[in-house]
Design a protein around this ligand. Structure first.
Ligand code: A2P
Length: 276
């Protein structure tokens, strides 16, 4: 059974969901439909993924009550100014076909542009108007978080960051815990690159599970929210079949040792400056 993680604003989010980064817009409705059928209730998309329409279509076809689903999207880079952010948010809601969004994140801080505080204020405005239940950020470093909290007094409910056994981000996890900001792990499987790691393979074999299931289980036991991506029906189903085993202290010690400081697979938020 998927647990819910309680957020600092009183809402809660399923701990395991489907990420749809790099899912082809043309097949997204089908892929998300498979996930909902398999039991997923949380779907993570973004304006920049160009597949929000497919997510919306799947929600409408799913036959699951709206309030049982948890839908996340993210504000595109280049839309941090208030007017543009409001317009993009309207477009997101139209594509998803929703009245209210469960979680909306600033996708990247783009510190070189310096507009992320304005974006954060706009998300607060949208939340206060009742259009979003929870607001958060993605790819924010500690200094970015401190700045938005300091300038608005509003702490993000969530920060979605790259995190997996090869890039465990332990220092920043302490900061998040002390501010009650939930961490969502993106690229939880290291963009698939961790799946042939021999240590993970050994632990997986011991439990009679796959490497992906072993890594997803690691995220869950760390208290992280996790959104593995797959566009394959069998893998979507098996990535959700992670509640019949538990990693023991010995497994966790071996997994802890896989951490490297340079295990990042995606862009560094300090320098990332791509506009989409
Ligand atoms: P696919 O969509 O073909 O299943 P991450 O979530 O870390 O970004 O990793 C996603 C990558 O891992 C995708 O390439 C995805 O490919 C692959 N993947 C996801 N689940 C599994 C699985 N259970 N076994 C093998 N590969 C997987």
């Amino acid at each position: 059974m998927v647990k819910n993680i309680e957020l600092n604003d009183g809402s809660s989010i399923p701990q395991l969901g489907l990420g749809v980064w790099q899912v082809d817009p043309a097949t997204t409705a089908r892929v998300v439909g498979w996930a909902i059928e398999a039991g997923y209730r949380s779907i993570d998309t973004a304006e920049g993924y160009r597949n929000e329409e497919g997510v919306g279509e799947a929600i409408r076809n799913a036959g699951v009550p709206r309030d049982e689903l948890f839908i996340t999207s993210k504000l595109r880079n280049g839309a941090h100014k208030r007017d543009r952010a409001l317009r993009e948010f309207d477009a997101t809601m139209e594509k998803l076909g929703l009245e209210q969004l469960d979680l909306f994140l600033i996708h990247w801080p783009m510190p070189g542009r310096g507009d992320y505080v304005e974006a954060w204020k706009t998300l607060i405005e949208l939340r206060d108007a009742g259009r979003i239940r929870s607001i958060g950020v993605s790819n924010f470093n500690q200094d970015h978080l401190e700045r938005i909290i300091g300038e608005t007094g509003v702490t993000p409910a969530v920060n979605q960051i790259e995190l997996h056994p090869r890039f465990q981000q332990r220092d920043t996890r302490e900061f998040h815990a002390s501010h009650n900001i939930a961490i969502e792990s993106w690229s939880p499987l290291g963009s698939g690159r961790l799946l042939d790691d021999p240590t993970i393979g050994e632990i997986a074999a011991k439990h009679g599970k796959s490497a992906a299931q072993t890594i997803i289980r690691w995220h869950l036991q760390q208290g992280l929210i996790v959104i593995p991506k797959s566009a394959n029906r069998d893998r979507i189903v098996s990535n959700f079949d992670v509640f019949d085993f538990e990693l023991d202290a010995d497994d966790l010690e071996k997994l802890a040792a896989l951490d490297t400081k340079d295990g990042r697979t995606g862009p560094d938020p300090t320098t990332a400056s791509f506009v989409f």
